[in-house]
Design a protein around this ligand. Structure first.
Ligand code: BGC
Length: 431
């Protein structure tokens, strides 16, 4: 086990502080809009509100991190809060993040910043966000501003969280549960390509800045594997092949070579290359939860349905506990040839009766991967506190700490103590 291994938890500003502090963003608009039939886009009609109010309660949350033995913390900076109007940066918000970073460092908890975690300013959305290549310049300007300000004290940086999920949830015809809710496959691919370009642009720009050399800058990829319930069932097997290519191989190839190419006729206009023939990143952030096992049901309007085998335990999300998959994911992304941080891994478990099992199962596989020589440098549990789970609202309880949304009282869940014990054990083994 590497001595300097990071044991952390992850949050994102919008999910853990809500829209309350975030002015006008793609997600505040999405929350307010409804489906054409008037029904809320968010489960149970939930509104993010101020969520777990990390914005005001970060000092207390840092104490919780200490109790849980964490030595690192991943959070996102809300672009919509920093630059509410195009070109106008909010000094108060910058000061706020300065204080959060200082408080983490004072508590010996290494900050890891994410620059884009699904949300951005309303004006950027109005410009067409990542649908247009020319808009990348706005994101680069924001990233430079943040790095200028915090680059001297923060070493770990993520550019973009989960480009494939941003595309999958926001643009694919059978999905579109995230803004902008476009059902347009071609546009989705263009967005994915532009996100790859945006990442590289930010990466190379920050690397050239003061403190850029010592910074470790990565891209966060959600490793999502679709597997057929019955390996011999073609309708279950075939869509998985295409989805796996789109959701994994395309991005992993890009990460390895800097070349983004879709191997289909008439798609050359979607190609992008950094021209460097090497990974445009210092590390890869790996978000891993489970694999998606699909059954085919011709009677249902959702032809493909997520499920699990009878011997498996489901999480509250529509997937099972599948720790072995973390090993597989690590082995697969290691083809990029850069260090790996597990930037997210966690379980939605409102009864807290599977969290400890989950943590054991996944960390066992993490330890096995490290023993087998894979260069994994950190593991961040999702999430520190219960969070606004996008279209699922507050129905999913991922937190190491339960949050009473009325009183904001936090309680460390029993299952979370297992994480603290594992950290202690791992650290004493390397001491
Ligand atoms: C996202 C988080 C989300 C988590 C749990 C990841 O895809 O980065 O924002 O809360 O999964 O579903």
């Amino acid at each position: 086990m590497p001595k300097l291994f990071k044991w952390g938890a992850s949050i994102s500003e919008y999910q853990n502080s809500g829209a309350f502090h975030c002015a006008d963003s793609n997600w505040t608009r999405w929350e307010k809009s409804t489906h054409p039939n008037g029904i809320s886009r968010i489960k149970n009609g939930d509104a993010s509100g101020c969520s777990a109010d990390f914005w005001n309660r970060y000092a207390h949350d840092i104490e919780l991190m200490k109790q849980l033995k964490l030595n690192s913390f991943r959070f996102s900076i809300a672009w919509e809060r920093i630059e509410p109007q195009e070109g106008i940066f909010d000094e108060e918000a910058l000061k706020h993040y300065d204080q959060v970073i200082d408080a983490l460092i004072a508590a010996d908890i290494e900050p890891m910043i994410t620059l884009h975690h699904f949300t951005h300013p309303g004006w950027f959305e109005d410009f067409g966000a990542f649908e247009h290549e020319e808009n990348i310049a706005y994101f680069v300007r924001f990233a430079k501003k943040i790095f200028e300000r915090f680059g001297h004290k923060v070493t770990l940086w993520n550019t973009i969280n989960e480009p494939t999920i941003y595309m999958f949830q926001g643009y694919l015809p059978f999905n579109s549960v995230f803004p902008p809710g476009q059902k347009n496959f071609g546009l989705g691919l263009r967005v994915l390509r532009n996100l790859m370009h945006a990442h590289a642009e930010v990466y190379y720009t920050l690397k050239k800045m003061k403190h850029g050399k010592k910074a470790q800058i990565g891209l966060v990829h959600q490793y999502l594997k679709f597997k057929p319930y019955h390996w011999w069932n073609l309708p279950e097997y075939a869509p998985g092949l295409m989805l796996n290519y789109m959701m994994n191989d395309l991005v992993l190839n890009y990460c390895k070579t800097g070349n983004f190419r879709i191997p289909l006729p008439f798609t050359h206009y979607l190609a992008y290359s950094t021209g460097e023939q090497k990974p445009p990143m210092d590390f890869i952030g790996l978000n891993y939860y489970s694999r998606v096992l699909v059954t085919f049901n011709a009677q249902s309007k959702d032809l493909l349905q997520p499920t699990c085998y009878p011997h498996e335990t489901m999480t509250d999300m529509p997937y099972a506990i599948y720790g072995k998959g973390l090993y597989e994911a690590i082995a697969d992304v290691s083809c990029i040839g850069v260090p790996i941080y597990i930037t997210e891994n966690g379980i939605a478990d409102h009864k807290d009766d599977r969290r400890a099992t989950f943590i054991n199962d996944y960390t066992e596989n993490l330890f096995r991967a490290i023993e087998d020589g894979y260069d994994v440098r950190g593991y961040y549990y999702w999430s520190l506190t219960d969070n606004f789970e996008w279209d699922m609202g507050y129905s999913m309880k991922f937190g190491l700490c339960a949050v009473n949304l009325q009183t904001q009282e936090r309680t460390i869940r029993d299952g979370a103590w297992q994480y603290a014990r594992i950290i202690e054990m791992a650290q004493s083994a390397t001491a």
